[in-house]
Design a protein around this ligand. Structure first.
Ligand code: IMP
Length: 180
């Protein structure tokens, strides 16, 4: 938990998120039309709310699996070196796969994870991130779909945490320290 006091300013409302998910799902359905089953892979833990809303809006046969990669720990800085803490339960060779992430920040996490999953030879591999901070990018990575581009601010809510807190906020908010 942060020792510094902070407030959370709403950046993206729950309503705006829901509307954007509807749009994204129409595009995903078009892309994967005719699939026998789409494996939707959620990156733990930050994507758990997003993936829950996404799959309920997707009119496709799906399966859900999860993968956990190391990220920020309890701080605000990316670790850059990505380690797989929990791998998929199922094989993805020859399958259609959609990787679901909360935020693309430096790009290291999704770059590493999609590289790893590609090496397992899925039929089609796409990725979606709810949020994208392009100004923070350190590796050349772009998700197949992005919900919202946001400025370089630390955000929480809708599954996303600051030191494990605030995941249960229904909206995306930015953290503002009040002792600065
Ligand atoms: P990347 O590897 O730098 O792209 O980092 C991606 C991961 O960093 C995300 O999945 C989040 O877990 C975390 N992250 C990046 N920005 C934020 C933020 O503003 N708030 C909370 N977590 C973040």
């Amino acid at each position: 938990m942060s020792a510094r006091p902070y407030v959370i300013d709403e950046m993206i409302s729950a309503k705006a998120i829901a509307a954007r998910i509807e749009e994204l799902c129409r595009e995903i359905q078009e892309e994967f039309q005719g699939t026998d089953k789409l494996v939707v892979v959620g990156l733990l833990r930050g994507s758990f709310v997003f993936i829950a809303d996404l799959v309920r809006e997707l009119d496709l046969p799906i399966e859900v699996d999860f993968l956990e990669a190391s990220s920020y720990g309890d701080g605000m800085e990316s670790s850059r070196e990505v380690r797989i803490l929990k791998d998929l339960r199922g094989a993805i060779e020859g399958r259609d796969v959609l990787v679901v992430e909360d935020i693309v920040d430096t790009g290291h996490t999704l770059n590493h994870v999609t590289g790893l999953l590609k090496s397992r030879q899925p039929a089609r591999l796409k990725s979606i991130a709810l949020l994208d901070k392009p100004s923070r990018r350190e590796v050349d990575f772009k998700a197949s779909w992005t919900g919202f581009e946001i400025p370089d601010e630390f955000v929480v809510g809708y599954g996303i945490d600051f030191a494990q807190r605030n995941r249960n906020l229904p909206f995306i908010g930015s953290v503002r320290f009040t002792d600065a």
